[in-house]
Write a new protein. Structure first.
Length: 282
């Protein structure tokens, strides 16, 4: 039993995940671990390849690999309504003209598929999607619209570029009445079976970090202003609009998302949410 090497943990390299990971080190009781900070698409690949043992990943990537993963309970990045950092920038309002070609950031999995769903089911169109680095101006050189997530989306939203902006979290909520879960924390099933105590230690540290940050947002707001720009009012509202607990409303939204993904052929199979068993509850 156990693993005889440092446990590898993936951290999303965007402000949206800070409330889960900031102070992780201070709360970690394991002595041998490594935290690797990357954009979601890279973490998705690394967990899939076994380069990571446990990671925050796109919820869509969990759906693709649900047989090999377990979810850590009460940990997610979601919203019921505005998410503020998953944004579609359009040259023309969508009510007037459906986009024919959309540039989508290379960093996402959940939001790209959420966008495809919204286009097909809500706006009844099937644009061409081209993958691109998340730089608004260059994305829009040859397209009608651009999807950006995370910090670059926030920074693009501050610019006065005269574009029309759709917040995908708000649109999903208005359309379905539900919340949406963009990121989950998953462990490789193989590792959770072989070393449940190591995964339990990571789980407990993330929960402790999340609880601490909930009542100590000030340091995160200060770092965000310094590193990413904006003012404290913006970041206070941003962190409060995101939901980190993976509650039943957020799970319900994700289940519907997976059902739609299957229906549209974006996923090849049905997805069940399978959770890691909290070892302290036994
Ligand atoms: C809220 C966000 O949620 C995220 C969106 C993801 C995706 O689209 O795959 C993955 C992880 C999160 O970073 C965001 O990026 O702004």
């Amino acid at each position: 039993m156990g693993i005889k090497r440092p446990i590898t943990i993936g951290r999303i390299d965007y402000a949206n995940a800070w409330p889960l990971f900031h102070q992780f080190e201070e709360h970690a009781s394991i002595n041998s671990y490594e935290v690797i900070s990357r954009v979601p698409s890279v973490l998705n690949r690394m967990l899939h390849n076994g380069e990571l043992d446990v990671s925050a990943i796109s919820s869509f990537s969990y759906g693709q690999n649900a047989n090999d993963y377990v979810l850590l309970p009460q940990l997610s990045v979601g919203s019921v309504g505005d998410v503020n950092s998953i944004l579609l920038f359009l040259k023309e309002p969508i009510e007037r003209k459906r986009p024919e070609r959309i540039a989508v950031t290379t960093t996402s999995a959940t939001s790209i598929n959420l966008l495809k769903m919204i286009m097909m089911m809500r706006f009844e169109c099937t644009p061409e999607y081209v993958s691109a680095e998340p730089v608004l101006d260059s994305m829009l050189e040859t397209t009608d619209a651009a999807l950006i997530i995370g910090d670059p989306a926030i920074q693009a939203s501050w610019k006065n570029h005269g574009l029309h902006v759709i917040d995908l979290g708000r649109l999903w909520n208005e359309w379905t009445g539900l919340g949406m879960t963009y990121a989950v924390v998953a462990a490789r099933k193989q590792v959770a079976d072989a070393a449940p105590e190591a995964i339990q230690a990571v789980y407990e540290a993330l929960i402790a970090s999340k609880q601490y940050n909930k009542t100590h947002l000030e340091p995160l707001i200060t770092i965000a202003c310094k590193q990413l720009g904006g003012d404290s009012k913006y970041w206070d509202r941003y962190f409060h609009s995101l939901q980190y607990d993976f509650g039943s409303k957020l799970q319900e939204g994700l289940r519907l998302y997976f059902r739609y993904a299957k229906q549209l052929g974006l996923l090849s199979h049905d997805v069940e949410l399978t959770f890691f068993e909290d070892q302290s509850a036994q």
